[in-house]
Design a protein around this ligand. Structure first.
Ligand SMILES: Cc1cc2nc3c(=O)[nH]c(=O)nc-3n(C[C@H](O)[C@H](O)[C@H](O)COP(=O)(O)OP(=O)(O)OC[C@H]3O[C@@H](n4cnc5c(N)ncnc54)[C@H](O)[C@@H]3O)c2cc1C
Length: 417
């Protein structure tokens, strides 16, 4: 490969902040909210021009459960606040009546604490809330490099319409979903071994009704013979066959290679177009209303932190737990998330949240979804309001703050009514 040497040049320091949150997805939103409420000056960088990341621009509008599937709520705090905000005007589907209106245990088991929201209203509402909290949002701004001195990030180099400049930081929370800051700062990272299958969700209208199409729902690409039986509801709502899943899932991508990422988006668009056209042929009213405008990446690069959480650690008590999550895929399992999975020893003022936290590949499939991303975002923002050397943070103080904000930390705090 040919190489050139980029000339050294001076960069202006365009801003400074206590807490720089890189990435405005669910994790970044929760982190910015928590850090701002903790009294910090927060800058939130987002390369797109709206908040919510995968959940809004990716049209992943299903807010997965805050409960364990057995009628018990396990996720509280900002994750629950965001769920409520996402449907404050009403839910697109699955309004959690039993949970909002003190329904019976049976009703809470029958309908998990989850919902479906309008991505556009959610993105706009969150923007207003962050602005009210004094968070400075920088849209169209890519975190492109870091300056590290003595194991601390001193500046994050950003690129936007103004060009390239540096932001002086006290601490940084990596919420890019791809561990970009961790990688740029030289923190240890891991890639998901299997990468990602193609997916491209879109909303379509047909006969006057607007519906969500989860095109490329299944990450595990099934053989035709072994294809899982789709639930009746999924069949009705999705209209896809196992064969279709197989055909769009045959290509896998890592999520951190620029050219490959573009190729995967082009391939998804082609598949989506063909899918829409084949349906449009039989139903003239079948047309897309909106489609995901960021790549749908489930698992890419994450921090290899001070602790790596595994899915075998169901109901394991961690003294440094910062919250819990259930398993969106099945009923029963509950996991505590240790603070150590949010930081590494090498870069002391860096935290990871959302898809970036330190887990095994198997655990990643549990912690990557919206509710746990908000849990780790809130914990990271709260921690950043308390200090900037996360390897030496007073964890009890962090836990006390989280508790004051309604978060439950350990499985023995689950309320069984
Ligand atoms: C196909 C698919 C289906 C899914 N289905 C569901 C579901 O039904 N329910 C559910 O709860 N979850 C689902 N998920 C998972 C969930 O949507 C996401 O994993 C979760 O929303 C991730 O939140 P996040 O904040 O960690 O990351 P993201 O949402 O990825 O946010 C990262 C943000 O950082 C920005 N960014 C990235 N790099 C940079 C940079 N260098 N500088 C500045 N900004 C940057 C991005 O633009 C983005 O806005 C699904 C995911 C996929 C891919």
């Amino acid at each position: 490969m040919k190489e050139i040497v980029e000339k050294e040049r001076k960069l202006s320091v365009s801003a400074s902040c206590d807490v720089l949150v890189a990435g405005g997805g669910i994790a970044g939103i929760a982190a910015a909210m928590a850090a701002a409420r903790g009294g910090k000056k927060v800058i939130l960088l987002e390369r797109e021009f709206a908040l919510g990341g995968m959940a809004t621009l990716g049209l992943v509008t299903i807010y997965l459960p805050l409960c364990d599937g057995e009628g018990n709520q396990v996720i509280y705090g900002i994750a629950e606040e965001l769920l409520r905000i996402s449907i404050e005007h009403g839910a697109e589907a699955n309004y959690p009546t039993a949970w909002f209106e003190n329904g019976s245990r049976e009703a809470r088991i029958a309908k998990r604490y989850m919902t479906q929201f309008n991505p556009h209203l959610f993105a706009m509402r969150i923007e207003q809330i962050l602005a009210e909290l004094g968070v400075k949002i920088l849209y169209g701004t890519l975190a492109a490099q870091t300056v590290v001195e003595d194991g601390r990030i001193t500046h994050v180099v950003v690129e936007n319409k103004s060009g390239r400049s540096a932001i002086e930081v006290e601490s940084v929370i990596d919420c890019t979903g791809d561990g970009d800051i961790c990688h740029l700062a030289g923190a240890p990272t891991e890639l998901h071994a299997k990468g990602n299958a193609l997916a491209g969700w879109y909303y379509y209208q047909s006969k006057g009704e607007v519906s969500l199409k989860m095109f490329g729902l299944a990450d595990v690409v099934p053989d035709k013979e072994n294809a899982p039986k789709l639930s009746e509801k999924a069949d009705k709502g999705l209209n896809y066959t196992a064969e279709k899943v197989k055909s769009i899932g045959s290509f896998r991508f890592s999520g951190v290679d620029g050219e490959e990422l573009s190729d995967s988006v082009v391939a998804v668009h082609k598949q989506m177009y063909d899918d829409i056209m084949s349906r449009h042929k039989d139903d003239e009213s079948y047309l897309p209303v909106t489609m995901s405008t960021i790549p749908l990446v489930r698992m890419s690069r994450r921090l290899a932190g001070a602790y790596t959480l595994d899915d075998s650690e169901e109901r394991v008590r961690f003294d440094d737990s910062i919250g819990m999550t259930g398993d969106w895929r099945k009923r029963g399992p509950v996991y505590e998330i240790p603070f150590r999975s949010l930081y590494c020893k090498e870069i002391k003022n860096l935290l990871a949240a959302g898809r970036d936290i330190s887990t095994t590949d198997r655990m990643w499939d549990i912690t990557r979804v919206i509710p746990p991303c908000a849990v780790t975002g809130e914990a990271a923002g709260t921690a950043a309001a308390l200090g900037s050397d996360f390897t030496a943070l007073d964890v009890e103080k962090l836990q006390q703050k989280l508790r004051e904000n309604g978060v439950r930390l350990h499985t023995d705090e689950i309320c069984r009514e």
